[in-house]
Ligand binder design. Structure first.
Ligand SMILES: C[S@@+](CC[C@H](N)C(=O)[O-])C[C@H]1O[C@@H](n2cnc3c(N)ncnc32)[C@H](O)[C@@H]1O
Ligand code: SF4
Length: 334
């Protein structure tokens, strides 16, 4: 359904009436892991460094998005901690007036070294990937035995006072599904919020044999931990949260396949080369790097952002056309 935008929010609003308030910024498409669902072993399609947006370019573009109404920014990748001096970028972004929430997604393998500086730079929240508490399963899934490093990173983040820390677990049939209860207990014990995510079919195979429907999983956790639905949105994203009766334990469910949330999608994604992707599951995009490097004015940037948002499609088609998307998650910025 098309919406007459003169009747809605004057700020960044797309053709379907959705206000765009959230920008994900990928600072690298490289990673020290090879999670099977994200970046398969042997993957070589990396962007050349000359095409990476420089920090000053990222800062200028983010400031333009904030002028247009974006208030939340998440740094991601690839593995963002592989980009040198990330804390400097975080500190500069945090100083942009109007940016109220700066967060970071990481696999935590290098977080022990970076947690303090990121906290000092003003990163508000962390989402950390952890799919399993079983070392063997971790190695199989991530392609490397980095379990101890990742766990140490998670604990270092807790120590530095990041809160909340959300643990993202891509729940996969026959792979880590048996560990969901243990992961829930672990998260509750440490005050982390576990988020269970349905694997999306991204990449050239287009198959999604690992897909696990989270509805029955949720029913089981509700019964086991006495969960009740959380009324408040936590973080303005697609997760639906459930909490324990005392409110201390929380579990989120992100169900792009079984119950998509496109009607309320408030985000767009900037890849490391300056390409803005308007939807995780579609090809619509807008390239900002050429204009940034051609000396465009701030007014040009503002106009380009408005044009780019016009391209945002209504929804993804992961379910109807699982083979459609040939781009890996690590290339878009998850
Ligand atoms: C692409 S990663 C980038 C940040 C960082 N390297 C990390 O792992 O958190 C961001 C998130 O995307 C998720 N992800 C990657 N590929 C996915 C897929 N095919 N389906 C669902 N989630 C996926 C990861 O589990 C992770 O939580
Ligand atoms: S999910 Fe994160 S850690 Fe895993 S391969 Fe993708 S970018 Fe790397």
């Amino acid at each position: 359904m098309h919406i007459d935008r003169s009747l809605t929010d004057p700020l960044l609003t797309d053709r379907f009436g959705r206000s765009i308030r959230y920008l994900r910024v990928s600072v690298t498409d490289r990673c020290d892991l090879r999670c099977s669902y994200c970046m398969p072993k042997g993957f070589h399609g990396f962007e050349e460094p000359a095409h990476w947006l420089r920090f000053d370019e990222i800062e200028r573009l983010v400031a333009a998005f904030v002028r247009a109404g974006v208030s939340r920014v998440r740094l991601t990748g690839g593995e963002p901690l592989l980009r040198r001096n990330l804390d400097q970028l975080a500190g500069n972004l945090k100083r942009i007036p109007g940016l109220s929430d700066l967060s970071l997604s990481t696999n935590a393998t290098q977080l022990v070294r970076h947690a303090r500086a990121l906290r000092a730079a003003g990163v508000d929240r962390l989402n950390i990937s952890l799919d399993t508490l079983d070392r063997g399963c971790y190695e199989k899934l991530a392609g490397r035995d980095a379990f101890d490093a990742s766990l140490a990173g998670i604990m270092a983040a807790k120590q530095e006072g990041f809160a909340p820390i959300k643990l993202n677990m891509v729940a996969m049939k026959g792979i880590n599904e048996a560990e969901i209860e243990r992961m829930t207990e672990f998260a509750m014990q440490h005050g982390f919020i576990l988020r269970l995510i349905e694997a999306m079919p991204m990449g050239d195979t287009g198959r999604n044999a690992q897909y696990l429907d989270l509805a029955p999983v949720r029913d089981k956790l509700v019964a086991r931990f006495g969960l009740v639905p959380e009324a408040d949105e936590l973080g303005g994203g697609p997760a639906r949260y459930w909490k324990t009766a005392d409110g201390h334990g929380r579990v989120g469910f992100i169900t792009p396949i079984s119950q998509h949330f496109c009607a309320t999608c408030n985000r767009v994604r900037l890849a490391v080369d300056g390409t803005l992707y308007l939807c995780l599951g579609q090809e619509e995009k807008f390239e900002f790097r050429p204009m940034l490097r051609d000396g465009c004015s701030d007014a040009d940037l503002d106009a380009a952002i408005a044009r780019a948002i016009e391209l945002k499609p209504e929804r993804h088609e992961f379910r109807e056309a699982p083979a459609k998307l040939i781009r890996f998650m690590s290339q878009t910025g998850g």
